[in-house]
Write a protein that binds this ligand. Structure first.
Ligand code: HEC
Length: 188
């Protein structure tokens, strides 16, 4: 390799890597926001149209459906996770996700705005390198109908949650807290 070409390769490599990471971050962020916005919209619509009991199916069926639709269209794994789950089967975070959620919780405690919280990392896995992204899901006033303090949850909703989710840990939240996060994992 000529000396100038070598120099170019050496200086451009880190720059290219940085540009690539910025791109990975931005496209992950947009995908997470899509899930968050679609879900928020559906919840609001159903809460207004049919009341909180009927909106349970939005968080139960629509959220995983939108997430798997996004997974199929992007080829990445898109999920919702939480440190205090309602549905342990779908919502339990893996080790990286637990660490990422704790980092977001710490930043929130230090004064960061809940709607800005995100964390991303390139991780080495046995099957190869992956890009991992976590976006915080802040608790909005409308979430507390089903995730708020037990005495703030309407009786009919509480009764249905008790039958459908006997191991529910996802109550006791107030607006401004973090309910969990949207996790994205993409092969590199
Ligand atoms: C009408 C009731 C209802 C409302 C309102 C609601 N949720 Fe849920 N939420 C549920 C139910 C039911 C589940 C369990 C879904 C499942 O079975 O996968 C759930 C699960 C979740 C999960 C997945 C992790 C877990 O704990 O299983 C997250 C994250 C979540 N909700 C966030 C929110 C946020 C953020 C809001 C407000 C924007 C919200 N929810 C509003 C009923 C609700």
């Amino acid at each position: 390799m000529r000396k100038s070409a070598l120099l170019l390769a050496l200086t451009c490599l880190p720059l290219a890597a940085l540009a690539n990471e910025a791109q990975l971050l931005e496209s992950s962020r947009q995908t997470a926001l899509k899930l968050q916005q679609q879900l928020g919209g559906e919840l609001q619509k159903q809460l207004a149209a049919g009341g909180p009991e009927s909106a349970i199916s939005v968080c139960r069926d629509k959220a995983p459906a939108i997430a798997s639709e996004l997974s199929r269209s992007t080829g990445w794994r898109v999920t919702r996770v939480s440190l205090k789950t309602r549905n342990t089967l779908l919502g339990t975070p893996d080790e990286w996700e637990q660490g990422a959620l704790r980092i977001l919780e710490k930043r929130l405690a230090e004064g960061a705005k809940p709607e800005t919280l995100e964390f991303a990392q390139v991780v080495d896995e046995p099957s190869g390198k992956v890009y991992r992204y976590m976006r915080g899901l802040p608790v909005l006033p409308l979430c507390t109908t089903c995730h708020g303090a037990p005495d703030a949850i309407p009786g009919a909703v509480k009764a249905r949650l008790a039958t459908e989710y006997p191991h529910d840990k996802a109550t006791g939240y107030a607006p401004g807290m973090l309910r969990g996060g949207i996790s994205i994992k993409r092969p590199l």
